[in-house]
Design a protein around this ligand. Structure first.
Ligand code: C2E
Ligand code: CA
Ligand code: CA
Length: 570
């Protein structure tokens, strides 16, 4: 015989006794009955103990059963409640179901069998309902709460924090370079990595916190009753530490590091959307400043996020409004001090005077998916500028112009074809074009990037590695990539006379490049002593404020371009 724990909330003691008799007669089930005689103790018992079902009287001395049902709505119980009414007619039945009752019974025609049938049916239905709900709210891969559950939970946690006057924390967590991990060990392996991360998150947080997978490699944690920021930092550190341990997967060693953004309610925002934005902003800041760490949301970040939003907004029409310009910075041969070419650098003029630095807007254009169009425009502009000033009788002796290319340009669309069509259209020779890419270009979708680079190189365009030594450096890249030039980053060049270590790096990169028969370019040459030192070292080409700042198209093509004719007067 099945046994059920049944809570009965009714202020009529005689009726309670009657119910007891009726249910004792039932043959199929055994009921363990608990009685509450008023609204308040009924409410407490509903939440504090485990029940299979509850019979609730419509009329209670202090308040009605309907009111009680309605008060449960924000935090529903997971067993059925059946409302019993003394009156016939009216629309109490509808009201009862609306308020969340599983069923209703009229007190006038009750029998044990009827109550039993009604209870069994309600219990069974409720069980399958909760199973369905659990499935709908769970992430199938990791077993964590999914986005839908996370959204609901955030509302519940906030309401609880308001009632009890405490803080909650919100973590947004993103796996660093997950795409690369997926590429290297396959989707199955990637899934296992996500499962591991999920486990680390569970083990780093408390039972009362909610850990969710929001999708892809994005996770979130809601931290209940957060004492202070230090507590959040401790949990973040735990996560980072656990995720930094390499795992063996598909015979490869994989480390799935994480970037975390932290926002605190109500300090950082008093509403949920604001809180989510704050955690997201902080997470992006972590990613921007080198990943594998955590950041708290701050006012400063808030200002920055607003600035980014403003730039992104203005950026969207900038091409059409003709706000971009290309500047050129001459490149100088170390031995002859001749100008032998230039690097093209984009400029954005907003309004009459304001110039926005490419260091500021290029990353935003990359994020917003606008860099391909902008990059295409720069390429076309450079080829047009150059062909207009070239000696048409001797095109192939032109100075070479280098154009910066963002990693994204190599992973979306077919960039090699884009360049080819611009060359065809303008008549500019491929041999006078160089592209500068950073090593991070290989970080995502390395194979595809490599295919593009090979195609570009085969067209006769030179390829330079920009900012060498600052990125995701791997000597393997130097072996496998079709490159002609190494540009040693200006941070090393600028300090090479003050710091022995910086000098050693400049020297080593120079000899490495020469060993590989690559041209070496030093950027950021700001004074004569550095220039002389680099010349002695055998560095081939120099570029920097000492020779010239980036200058307008006119200044450059009038004064420097005409193939090697103009000596730099220094
Ligand atoms: P980058 O490729 O490393 O470009 C060199 C930057 O160093 C330029 O800054 C240049 O003005 C600056 N510079 C040159 N000589 C000196 C010097 O002697 N001392 C110092 N302190 N700085 C010097 P700029 O023009 O602000 O460009 C910044 C970055 O923006 C570039 O760094 C590049 O990554 C990006 N960028 C510029 N134009 C484009 C473009 O057309 N496409 C893409 N994708 N990125 C671009
Ligand atoms: Ca560059
Ligand atoms: Ca550079």
């Amino acid at each position: 015989m099945e046994k059920f724990r049944l809570l009965i909330i009714d202020d009529d003691e005689n009726f309670q006794a009657l119910l007891g008799f009726m249910l004792e007669e039932v043959e199929r089930s055994e009921y363990d009955l608990h009685f509450c005689y008023d609204y308040k103790s009924g409410l407490t018992s509903l939440y504090e103990e485990e029940w299979d079902a509850c019979l609730l009287d419509y009329r209670l001395e202090t308040g009605s059963g309907l009111e009680l049902l309605n008060s449960l709505k924000p935090n529903p119980v997971n067993f059925p409640i059946i409302l019993m009414t003394g009156q016939n007619g009216g629309d109490i039945d509808i009201k009862a179901l609306d308020a969340g009752a599983s069923d209703y019974l009229s007190k006038d025609h009750l029998t044990g069998e009827l109550i039993d049938r009604c209870l069994r049916y309600a219990i069974k239905t409720k069980k399958s309902e909760s199973t369905l709900q659990r499935i709908a709210m769970t992430d199938a891969l990791t077993g964590l709460a999914n986005r839908a559950r996370f959204k609901k939970a955030l509302i519940e946690y906030k309401a609880r924090a308001d009632r009890n006057n405490y803080q909650i924390g919100l973590f947004f967590i993103d796996v660093d370079h997950f795409k690369q991990i997926n590429d290297s060990i396959g989707h199955q392996g990637g899934d296992n990595v996500l499962k591991n991360v999920a486990e680390h998150l569970i083990n780093s947080s408390r039972k009362t916190d909610l850990v969710a997978r929001l999708g892809g490699d994005e996770f979130a944690i809601i931290l209940d009753n957060l004492r202070d920021a230090a507590d959040a930092a401790r949990i973040a550190n735990k996560i980072i530490e656990k995720c930094s341990v390499p795992q063996q997967m598909n015979l490869k060693e994989i480390t799935a590091r994480t970037s975390i953004g932290i926002a605190i309610y109500p300090k950082d925002s008093t509403d949920i959307d604001g809180l989510v934005n704050a955690a997201d902003t902080a997470m992006y800041e972590t990613k921007r400043s080198g990943r594998n760490g955590y950041r708290f949301f701050s006012n400063e970040l808030h200002k920055k996020a607003k600035q980014v939003a403003r730039i992104e907004h203005n950026l969207s029409g900038a091409l059409d409004r003709g706000e971009f310009e290309v500047f050129y910075q001459p490149k100088i041969a170390s031995s002859s001090r001749d100008s032998i070419g230039a690097e093209a650098l984009i400029r954005w003029r907003v309004g009459q005077s304001e110039m926005v630095s490419p260091d500021l807007f290029i990353p935003i254009a990359e994020q917003a998916g606008m860099i391909s169009d902008i990059g295409k425009w720069v390429m076309r502009q450079v080829c047009t500028d150059a062909i207009n000033h070239a000696d048409v009788s001797n095109l192939y002796e032109c100075d070479s112009i280098a154009v910066n290319v963002s990693p994204r340009q190599l992973t979306v669309g077919n960039f090699a074809e884009v360049i080819q069509s611009i060359l065809d259209e303008t008549g500019y020779p491929a041999s006078c074009l160089e592209i500068e890419i950073t090593e991070t270009a290989l970080a995502s979708d390395g194979e595809r990037v490599m295919r593009q680079l090979n195609a570009i190189h085969e067209m006769g365009i030179r390829i330079a590695i920009d900012d060498f030594g600052t990125g995701y450096s791997s000597l393997m890249n130097l072996v496998e990539m079709p490159i002609d030039t190494l540009k040693i980053d200006r941070s090393f060049v600028m300090r090479c006379l003050q710091s022995r270590r910086h000098r050693k790096i400049v020297e080593s990169v120079c000899s490495l490049a020469h060993g590989l028969e690559l041209t070496i370019v030093a950027e950021g040459v700001e004074d004569v002593r550095v220039a002389n030192y680099l010349e002695k070292l055998g560095c081939d080409v120099m570029q920097g404020y000492y020779f010239s700042r980036p200058i307008s198209n006119r200044e450059y093509f009038d004064n420097f371009y005409h193939h090697n004719t103009k000596k730099i007067a220094v």
